[in-house]
Design a protein around this ligand. Structure first.
Ligand code: AMP
Ligand code: MG
Length: 472
């Protein structure tokens, strides 16, 4: 039985300046190791047998209706503008319109070299492929906008990184792969007709109610502001918030050296390549604003009178910190089980966060247990929590059921780093049980699942993962 994907492509209809036609490069011995049936249903994809799906998701068979391309983009990486990036190891097979009416890209990541590969081999190894699969699906389970994972295959080939590692391809699904960097490349080159075309395309695809470039800018700002607040609420650190990793759709994209925090500290950084801490947990809101300013700079180039466009664009960007703050308050109020807004809520939230830093409290487990004795136990000095808990009890007195609200807003399960590392190690040895278990548990992170309580445990001293790697 062969896999069928109902392609309906739009990006490949745009002029050739936006991409390079690029078939995926076949691999030696494809083996399907994961397939997301629930997502496939939404995408109206009818599965085939394992061998045929392995062939398609490895790039060995280009399915009917696909028009494989590598997309062009640029971007600021750690603050430095890089004029030439693009899909260096990814191929967009095409798009489908799902049962929910949403158009989504289907992309093979690790599908071989493209014109944008620079020195890279165009490949990925199994570790980052499974990491992205698990973390992106976990984000979806948490209700945070994200790209998703449809499939993973092992290639039967070896890729050389620090050592020889098993190769793999991830099939990524995104409501588009338009990035801030996609706009930057045409703006920087002064290719204004292309910039206008891209702006119209992005509006039609993502924000049909937005009016012109300024409307698009405001819509992206709103989506990104919501997203960043949700990351903060989940203790998530993206790790590489370069403008090429910042999606216009407001979805989390490009899971590299990302991680969820165990012990709370606002300056936490995991990424081995982020030595200055530019993308530390607490810097994420500021960086999101910086990235939006880069989008504004790019979009402005299409105005006849650029001078006149600066002021409205600046106004849109300058409103972003306030919007993130407002969403942050909403997210953390919900985490405290509060359904209404009151003066002083911000202080109540930061009061807890400050004590969590002092008390070396586990981010996820503390919030999940708020209002119960379980929260006290998260602090090195439980009395530090008690003082705060008195204030919280007074504030939440009028709430119908704050403990139920807390459990609905705070997950029991996150993809903890040490579990991801253990899962990768097992998969490399041929054991996919830990991978399958993580996927199943993280699909319903707000349920208690006592049989999986071991996955709520923070890492033991010898399990702590201190650095995460891009894995390119
Ligand atoms: P990323 O770290 O995945 O956001 O990638 C940054 C840029 O490097 C993008 O343009 C990628 O397409 C490119 N890139 C990353 N890894 C590879 C690789 N193994 N081969 C070719 N290009 C790559
Ligand atoms: Mg990237």
């Amino acid at each position: 039985m062969s896999l069928h994907i109902p392609f309906d492509n739009s990006y490949a209809r745009l002029p050739g300046v936006f991409y390079s036609p690029q078939p995926p490069v076949p691999v030696a011995a494809p083996r399907l190791v994961a397939f997301n049936e629930d997502l496939a249903r939404v995408l109206r994809i009818s599965p085939g047998d394992a061998q045929d799906m392995a062939m398609v998701f490895a790039g060995n068979r280009v399915p009917e209706g696909a028009e494989p391309i590598a997309q062009l983009y640029a971007g600021h990486q750690f603050g430095q503008y890089n004029p030439q990036l693009g899909d260096g190891r990814a191929v967009l097979l095409g798009e489908v319109v799902g049962t929910d009416g949403i158009r989504r890209d289907i992309q093979l990541k690790g599908a071989g070299r493209t014109p944008y590969s620079r020195g890279g081999d165009g490949r990925a190894w199994l570790g980052p492929v499974l990491r992205e699969y698990v973390v992106s699906e976990a984000m979806h389970g948490l209700g945070i906008p994200t790209t998703r994972a449809l499939a993973a295959v092992e290639t039967g080939e070896t890729v050389i990184r620090e050592r020889a590692l098993p190769g793999a391809v991830l099939t990524r699904v995104a409501s588009s792969h338009l990035r801030v960097g996609t706009f930057q490349v045409f703006a920087a080159r002064g290719e204004i007709a292309s910039l206008k075309r891209l702006t119209d395309y992005a509006i039609a695809r993502h924000y049909p109610d937005a009016e012109g470039p300024m409307g698009l800018l405001a819509a992206v700002r709103d989506a990104q502001a919501r997203l960043i607040a949700q990351w903060m609420g989940a203790g998530f650190i993206h790790g590489v918030m370069n403008t090429d990793n910042c999606a216009i759709s407001g979805e989390t994209i490009d899971y590299g050296p990302c991680a969820f925090m165990d012990t709370f500290h606002p300056e936490t950084v995991f990424s081995s390549i982020d030595q200055m801490g530019r993308y530390a947990y607490s810097n994420q809101p500021g960086i999101a604003v910086w990235n939006l300013a880069q989008l504004a700079t790019a979009l402005i180039q299409q105005f006849e009178d650029r001078e006149a466009a600066v002021e409205p664009a600046s106004e849109i960007v300058h409103a972003m910190p306030g919007l993130i703050e407002a969403h942050w308050l909403d997210v953390f109020r919900a985490k405290l089980g509060l359904s209404s807004a009151r003066e002083g809520d911000g202080d109540l939230i930061t009061g807890l966060l400050d004590r969590m830093v002092q008390g070396e409290a586990d981010f996820t487990n503390t919030f999940r247990a708020l209002g119960t004795d379980g929260a006290r136990g998260q602090f090195t000095d439980p009395s530090a929590y008690d003082g705060w808990a008195g204030d919280w009890a007074a504030r939440s007195a009028g709430e119908p059921d704050p403990l139920a609200a807390i459990r609905a807003a705070n997950p029991a399960f996150i993809p903890r780093n040490h579990r991801i590392e253990q899962m990768i190690e097992a998969a490399v040895a041929g054991d996919y049980e830990p991978f399958n278990r993580l996927i199943a548990v993280l699909a319903r992170p707000f349920d208690d699942q006592p049989e999986n309580a071991d996955l709520t445990r923070p890492p033991a001293e010898d399990e702590v993962v201190r650095a995460t790697f891009c894995g390119t």
